[in-house]
Design a protein around this ligand. Structure first.
Ligand code: MLT
Length: 203
């Protein structure tokens, strides 16, 4: 069973919403309306539970990921997305992703496994999902990263390393730094909105 929510839009864009640890499928709906109000949104809940908190994959300790499980859940999430696109007849639309924290991390994993899946990725406070990976060409991808100078969870070097990887393999990347911690700020929502509109001008 895929816990999810769908908010129908009026244009050709579909944004997959992936929440942070302890969140659910509804968390990013309001925020995503500020970014792309006319797009269809599909919020999906991660199926891993950590002390009752939903996540998209297991971790061994904060910041240390269970890579085997991350790969397994990446494959599950891809199938879940395909199933939902079929179910709601959205297969031919432009697909994008918006992820926060744990959701942003699995969004990058999806990007590395399925480089043609998402046109735009809006990643709020992401980390490096893998220490090593045989990266494919990522030239189809447009990546917005929001990072906090005072983020206690994501070291600056990881943000820079992630942006560098995306760039090195051909993606178009914008990084927006604020003085925030791990939370999403209004300024980063506005920047994400501008980035999204620039990449998808008809929306
Ligand atoms: C993770 O994937 O574990 C995160 O980036 C940190 C968190 O979700 O708390």
């Amino acid at each position: 069973m895929i816990h999810h929510v769908v908010a129908e839009g009026i244009n050709e864009d579909v944004i997959i919403l992936l929440h942070g640890t302890g969140g659910n499928e509804n968390d990013l709906l309001t925020l995503s309306n500020y970014i792309a109000k006319d797009a269809t949104k599909i919020g999906i809940r991660g199926r891993i539970l950590e002390s009752g908190m939903p996540r998209f994959f297991k971790r061994l300790s904060p910041g240390v990921f269970d890579i085997e499980n991350l790969i397994e859940e990446t494959l599950w999430l891809k199938q879940a997305i395909d199933t939902l696109l079929d179910q709601y007849e959205l297969k031919n639309k432009n697909l994008h992703v918006l992820g926060y924290s744990n959701g942003a991390n699995i969004a990058s994993s999806l990007n590395f496994y399925y480089p043609e899946l998402f046109k735009t990725s809006l990643l709020f406070h992401p980390m490096m999902p893998f220490e090593t990976f045989d990266y494919p060409l990522l030239k189809h991808q447009n990546i917005f990263i929001a990072a906090g100078k005072n983020d206690p969870i994501v070291p600056h070097e990881q943000t820079i390393e992630l942006a560098t990887i995306y760039q090195k393999y051909g993606a178009h990347v914008d990084v927006f730094w604020s003085y925030s911690g791990h939370q999403i700020t209004q300024a980063s929502i506005l920047e994400a909105h501008q980035f999204f509109q620039k990449i998808n001008p008809s929306t």
